[in-house]
Design a binder for this molecule. Structure first.
Ligand SMILES: C[S@@+](CC[C@H](N)C(=O)[O-])C[C@H]1O[C@@H](n2cnc3c(N)ncnc32)[C@H](O)[C@@H]1O
Length: 315
């Protein structure tokens, strides 16, 4: 993994930038020929783990379209630079009305570049769509949002990602997790990061107890390894799915405290205990059924001296 973590051009709720190294450490203890993410979101995990072969899926077609276009070369760093510079000048001159003009334009005829513009100039840098599938995040009230340094930062992120994509065999697809997981075969490794039930609920993130149960069943019957990240508890409540769905005798769990910087205000103010759940023993694993008495930090150091994972496709 590159250090510091490679940052994708898109921001989203629940982005796992700060969990990447923990996920990487667990994945490094396993051998696999293909990395599968049924909920790839910003793509930050795969972009840092950098498996040779991957299937990256999400129901949010706007995310997938952006990455497909970067992968195909339809969108380049130079195109992003020119686009954000021009649109940024209009935002600077016209302010808030211009943000809403682009938002309306995007909602009538979505393009990946408008999606990127909105994601990087909306309030809190979140991705949220209403029930009709229309992007509805308000303006961040920074008319000078696309200053040259900010455009350069985003342009460099796109360039880095294009560079990674040119060296790997990855497929991006718009898919429901059920379809994605039905494709998993022995030798794959699934990293699942579903929306958190009852937390960030919108068009692409509506997530019910039935979805969580279906995910538990699908992951529990995979022919390969999986690693799931979910929330365990915060100071106010516990994730009931930990007991209802994830407390199986053949599952394992690690917990750690995590502070969110993108998303709802509750996330901003209060640390969350995150859980990593797998169908293989992880180093320093906490047995699932033991009551959790206090917040614990991930105890992934030192790891066992397992051989490094095979990142290239099995011969
Ligand atoms: C917590 S986010 C993933 C964040 C990602 N790991 C990251 O670090 O950026 C959950 C993602 O699941 C996607 N999603 C929601 N429901 C889905 C479903 N039924 N099937 C596939 N993806 C879904 C959302 O669009 C969202 O991008």
């Amino acid at each position: 993994m590159s250090s510091p973590p490679l940052v994708p051009p898109l921001k989203c709720q629940g982005i796992k930038t700060k969990l990447v190294s923990a996920i990487q450490k667990v994945a490094d203890t396993r051998e696999f020929s293909r990395w599968i993410e049924p909920f790839c979101g910003s793509g930050v995990v795969a972009l840092n783990v950098q498996p040779k072969k991957a299937l990256l899926c999400d129901t949010n077609l706007h995310i997938i379209s952006l990455y497909q276009d970067i992968q195909s070369g339809k969108i380049t760093a130079a195109i992003v630079k020119e686009f954000l510079t021009n649109e940024g000048e209009k935002l600077k001159a016209q302010g808030e009305p211009y943000f809403y003009e682009v938002r309306t334009r995007f909602n009538e005829a979505p393009t990946p570049l408008d999606f990127l513009f909105l994601n990087r100039s909306c309030f809190n840098g979140v991705i949220r769509f209403n029930r009709k599938g229309k992007f509805n995040v308000p303006y961040c009230h920074k008319p000078e949002r696309f200053a040259q340094s900010y455009v350069t930062k985003i342009t460099n992120q796109v360039r880095q990602i294009a560079q990674v994509l040119s060296t790997v065999d990855w497929t991006f697809e718009v898919r429901d997790f059920r379809e994605t997981l039905a494709q998993a075969k022995a030798g794959d490794f699934v990293y699942a990061d579903p929306p958190y039930a009852g937390r960030h609920v919108d068009y692409f993130n509506s997530w019910s107890d039935a979805d969580e149960a279906a995910l538990g069943t699908a992951l529990g019957s995979l022919p390969c390894d999986f690693l799931l990240s979910t929330w365990h508890s915060n100071e106010f409540r516990k994730n009931t799915a930990i007991e209802l769905v994830w407390s199986r005798a053949d599952f394992y769990m690690l917990k750690r405290e995590h502070f969110y910087h993108v998303g709802a205000s509750e996330d901003l103010r209060h640390p969350m205990i995150e859980a990593l759940i797998s169908n293989f023993p992880m180093a320093e694993t906490t047995p699932l059924l033991r009551p959790i008495e206090q917040p614990m930090l991930f105890a992934l150091e030192p790891l066992t001296s397992a051989p490094p994972q095979m990142r290239s496709p099995a011969a």
